[in-house]
Design a protein around this ligand. Structure first.
Ligand SMILES: [Zn+2]
Length: 329
């Protein structure tokens, strides 16, 4: 067996309002936050396993003291990296103009620095959207990696399910029709790779010919390109834990066999049971009771930590590229 490629683990810290807004619920702006319970459960599972974590933060949540306080619980992990998940979690960055994109990324960058004391070097677009302008802004801010690619064969199905379930109407529904990309998403690599940065403005530190950024896709099953992120696994486990376990074992085995460096993705509902939040109970993956779900997640993350040397995403790309690609301010 060849040596294990470096692996990573990340969390998209999407709050309840983002799920309710995506579902077209009118009360999304006034709903409560589930961060306190979800983050406490995440830390309880990851902590004993010694797993580090990259957390993609949404700027809007960093404007609320309660949520910032909840986020500070990640300090008890062996290591955690604060990364950028945009300001308002609008999953259609490909429809925004340059100024809007700069605000969405730059606003959250500044909030992360002031609220966590960390300087982010990684970004993931909501809805896995990454137009060229996003890369330009990331290069300007000195980011080391983007993580907005989801090279799955199920993108058109995921979009169809989303559109069937959401109550979004009018312009927002039209924008949502571009979510997740099409079958073209499958043409992207399923492993970290370097992308050229468009028109780098930091000519003081970047040679235009060498300006590149790591792209770290959310890993999917090699060949079949079906999802292996944990929200998909808990969705399957809601119907059969045995099938979900067999599928995950196979996925990790295939990543090892084909030398794919996995980057697996968590969401807060992966650590919440159907009894925890009535508003969330209707979403896919929310069939399981909390104890059963946490037991499954503990099993899966234990297996992941046993089979791979799991790091934060920044540490993962540093292992591919020992020298920083672009010094950040
Ligand atoms: Zn998100």
């Amino acid at each position: 067996m060849r040596q294990c490629p470096p692996a990573s683990l990340s969390l998209d810290l999407d709050n309840k309002w983002a799920y309710l807004r995506a579902a077209g619920r009118e009360n999304w702006e006034s709903c409560d936050s589930y961060f306190s319970l979800a983050i406490s459960n995440i830390v309880d599972v990851l902590g004993p396993l010694g797993l580090p974590l990259t957390v993609f933060l949404v700027g809007r949540d960093l404007q609320r003291d309660d949520d910032v306080q909840s986020i500070s619980a990640f300090d008890s992990l062996s290591k955690w990296e604060a990364a950028n998940h945009s300001l308002n979690h609008l999953p259609w960055m490909h429809t925004m103009n340059d100024d809007e994109i700069e605000r969405e990324i730059g606003g959250t960058h500044d909030l992360i620095v002031s609220k966590t004391g960390q300087t982010p070097v990684g970004f993931r677009g909501p809805g896995f959207s990454c137009p060229g302008e996003v890369l330009r802004v990331l290069g300007m801010l000195g980011y080391q990696y983007d993580a907005s690619i989801f090279p799955t064969s199920m993108a058109p199905i995921a979009r169809a399910v989303f559109l069937a379930r959401t109550k979004l109407e009018g312009e927002q529904r039209e924008k949502a029709k571009k979510l997740y990309g099409g079958f073209a998403a499958m043409r992207n690599p399923n492993w970290p790779y370097l992308r050229a940065l468009p028109c780098p403005e930091r000519s003081d530190t970047l040679d235009a010919a060498e300006a590149k950024i790591w792209e770290v896709p959310v890993t999917v099953l090699p060949f079949l390109r079906t999802p292996i992120h944990f929200s998909y696994l808990t969705f399957v486990a809601g119907y059969s834990v045995a099938v979900a376990k067999a599928y995950f074992r196979t996925a990790l085995m295939m990543c090892r066999l084909f030398g794919t460096a996995p980057s697996l993705l968590l969401h807060p509902p992966d650590f919440l049971g159907c009894e925890d939040d009535a508003d969330m109970a209707y979403f896919p993956g929310m069939i399981m009771k909390r104890n059963a779900k946490l037991e499954f997640m503990t099993w899966a993350l234990t297996l992941y930590s046993q089979q791979f040397a799991v790091s934060t995403m920044h540490d993962q790309v540093c292992q591919f590229s020992p020298q920083p690609l672009a010094s950040h301010a």
